[in-house]
Design a protein around this ligand. Structure first.
Ligand code: BGC
Length: 291
């Protein structure tokens, strides 16, 4: 029976109907309520389910990818700072609201799962992925399986500290990698020049603007330092880069590869590729965990 996968992000709530064979049959997306009102989040999810089920068999089970850490039973969202969720028992509330079984997963873990099953990490035994979006997401495949953490919280690679005493993160710490490697970093740095999206900064850099180029080069350098540290720790077979910023393609990937390889301890080069499940990776991964 088909499943619905949700990807709840700070900008949009996306959902897709995924067949048993893993094909995306239908997709929908609505804005995440900007006042972060929880009731509105629930009614948005309800609307999306209705739209996806129209003309199709009702589904019994829904997977939900959320941009935050979960408790060990994957029932409570402990902290999803970019959504304003804190100790939110989302699994039970959503299950009651939708009248369906609900399964939760971290959004980046969902993306890793999707990449491992159907995308760029297929066939890898030990791999790492980052998603460059509002936040910096990341997850690991270790021993052919999604790494769930020693205490069931998974990993939060966006909150590795890249700069001691650096920029203030939404999590309350200073200097997290997320402050330097997410799309939000490009928006923050580009704002005073009139660029309000990561894409606008990248497009200006592509067009040769000096200020945009300086912002972009620093961004690439920070991502590369981060990835070099990850490679030194894990020696992954492959690293996938996903999220909205990865749409910049080779313009982003080529300097990231060169920079990272220069900084890494090992002589052998780690394969660094663009995630292929694209923006739907979260939806797929969420549907894959729905039973
Ligand atoms: C959150 C992660 C999430 C990432 C991407 C981070 O701020 O802590 O759990 O995966 O953003 O959404």
């Amino acid at each position: 029976m088909a499943k619905i996968g949700f990807d709840i992000g700070g900008t949009n709530i996306a959902a897709g109907l995924i067949s048993d064979e893993g094909t995306l049959l239908k997709k929908g997306s609505l804005p995440f309520p900007q006042d972060k009102d929880f009731e509105k989040v629930l009614s948005t999810c309800e609307q999306l389910v209705k739209a996806l089920e129209e003309g199709n068999e009702p589904v019994e089970s829904v997977g939900v990818a959320v941009p935050g850490s979960l408790d060990a039973t994957a029932s409570i969202v402990l902290n999803a700072f970019n959504l304003g969720f804190c100790n939110t028992p989302l699994k039970d509330i959503l299950a009651e609201r939708l009248g369906k079984k609900v399964f939760l997963i971290n959004d980046a873990d969902a993306a890793v799962l999707a990449e491992h099953r159907i995308g760029s990490l297929k066939g890898c035994t030990d791999a790492f992925m980052i998603t460059l979006g509002t936040g910096l997401g990341g997850g690991l495949i270790l021993n052919d399986k999604l790494y769930r953490g020693g205490r069931g919280h998974g990993s939060e690679p966006g909150h590795l500290i890249l700069y001691n005493g650096g920029r203030r993160c939404t999590c309350g710490n200073d200097g997290c990698a997320e402050c330097y490697c997410s799309a939000t970093r490009l928006v923050t740095d580009g704002k005073s020049y009139g660029w309000t999206t990561a894409k606008a900064v990248i497009d200006a850099a592509k067009a040769g603007d000096d200020f945009a180029t300086a912002i972009f080069n620093k961004y690439v350098d920070d991502i590369s330092s981060y990835l070099a540290s990850v490679i030194n720790l894990l020696d992954p077979e492959r690293i996938a880069i996903g999220g909205g910023v990865s749409a910049a393609g080779d313009f982003l990937m080529t300097p990231i590869r060169e920079n990272t390889w220069r900084k890494v301890f090992f002589n052998e080069r780690t394969d660094i590729v663009i995630a292929t499940a694209g923006n739907d990776a979260g939806i797929y991964g969420a549907a894959f965990i729905a039973e």
